[in-house]
Design a protein around this ligand. Structure first.
Ligand code: FEO
Length: 412
């Protein structure tokens, strides 16, 4: 078998994706030690051909060679695009040139993206969503609206006769192995989990909504957009996502709200503020407050703490008119998390300018944290007893907000 051979994954359903064994970084942030694949599929029906997704632009010639081994372009009636990120949409423009009779099927949210990819106004396309279906010859495909997994336009579909789910990016792995099926490839579980953590974890609620739709189906095979095709008890992969996507599983509280106070300190002043805020917050019933020194915390621990926290306060000094790198590192972890409903705030001691706290507040707001319009805790150099009392009161106020006290949020 070479890279130009299609692989039949179910009767008349073929893998026509491409392998990228040498990629080592995906989407800038993900390490891909085992490479990856851009999976695409071709369905032969008694009345024509359906293409399911395409591949990254630089690999399109391999993709077209596989199509040409199975059909002529005139036979292609539909192109189903579950996701329009360039790793799957790269070959769409050329495919639309070659298969000029084909109609593109996308989610409604993908309409503007399709136009931006093809730069054409006269594309033959139709939008589809849950409960809509396509019957072509002997194959029936039903569509499932599964947005934000992990882009707004993502969707899934299901071939009724073959009990085959095209999941989109969901259940994928960045893991190249030309043997293709989960029961034939090497141990890819680390890649499956890593992919979930970096791509799907911020969208847990949407993953659970998608699983509600998948639960209504009998699934024998899951054809993903990256990595192994899942046919060995596919339900177990759905159950992993179900388990990992549960709302915050708090191990340190029994229903209390968790406030995590992170700080970085040069001369102990911001640390003293953090401890006073902690004392205030922890004095409020129903709150579990914790303090963490950002200079000594591993990123993976930070992510877990952030995830289970209902509120986050960040204490930062100002150095050269900026917040130091560990503070920005903490904020960059937020891209891996669902932030909906979390309360945020910032504080810090400064020497002569003090911009860092404002920067952090601004960043928290842009990340959609609920930032109460309380007075920012910015203190020049060494906090006085009165200022530490203010910090204590700030902790109390934040704790009360976490307990449900109504606040008016400012957007900027
Ligand atoms: Fe594999 Fe979101 O693209």
């Amino acid at each position: 078998m070479n890279n130009t051979d299609p692989i039949e994954i179910a009767p008349n359903i073929f893998f026509i994706g491409v392998f990228d064994p040498d990629i080592r970084t995906f989407d800038i942030i993900m390490k891909t030690a085992n490479g990856s694949s851009y999976n695409a599929y071709l369905i032969k029906t008694s009345e024509g051909v359906i293409i399911v997704d395409t591949v990254k632009l630089e690999f399109q010639e391999q993709f077209f060679k596989k199509i040409e081994k199975l059909c002529s372009y005139d036979e292609i009636k539909y192109v189903i695009c579950h996701h329009l990120e360039p790793d799957h949409a790269g070959a769409i423009p050329e495919l639309m040139e070659r298969a000029s009779n084909a109609k593109v099927l996308i989610s409604p949210q993908a309409t503007a993206m399709l136009k931006a990819i093809t730069h054409k106004e006269n594309i033959d396309f139709e939008t589809v969503w849950t409960n809509k279906s396509l019957k072509l010859g002997n194959k029936t495909i039903t569509f499932l609206t599964t947005p934000y997994l992990h882009w707004p336009e993502t969707m899934s579909s299901y071939i009724v006769e073959d009990k085959l789910l095209f999941s989109g990016d969901v259940f994928g792995s960045h893991y190249y192995d030309k043997r293709v099926f989960d029961d034939l490839v090497g141990d890819f579980f680390y890649a499956f989990k890593y992919y979930y953590d970096h791509i799907m974890r911020p969208f847990k609620t949407y993953a659970l909504n998608a699983i509600k739709l998948y639960d209504k189906l009998e699934i024998d095979i899951i054809a993903t957009l990256h990595g192994p095709i899942l046919r060995d008890n596919p339900q177990k992969y759905i159950n992993y996502y179900r388990k990992w996507s549960q709302p915050n599983q708090k191990v340190i509280s029994n229903g209390e709200k968790i406030l995590s106070i992170f700080y970085l300190t040069s001369y102990k002043n911001t640390k003293d503020m953090a401890e006073a805020i902690y004392e205030g917050a922890d004095s409020v019933e129903g709150i579990v407050a914790n303090v963490y020194d950002l200079a000594s915390i591993e990123e993976s621990n930070m992510i877990n703490i952030l995830e289970e926290s209902d509120g986050i306060l960040i204490g930062t000094p100002t150095i050269n008119a900026d917040a130091p790198k560990p503070v920005w590192d903490l904020l960059s972890c937020m891209m891996l998390l669902e932030k909906r409903g979390k309360v945020g705030g910032a504080f810090g001691s400064y020497g002569w300018s003090g911009e860092a706290v404002d920067m952090i507040i601004h960043r928290l707001k842009s990340l959609n944290f609920r930032v109460p319009p309380l007075q920012y805790m910015k203190i020049k150099l060494i906090p006085t007893k009165e200022e530490l009392k203010d910090c204590y009161n700030y902790g109390v106020e934040i704790a009360e907000v976490l307990n449900g006290k109504m606040i008016e949020l400012t957007m900027n």
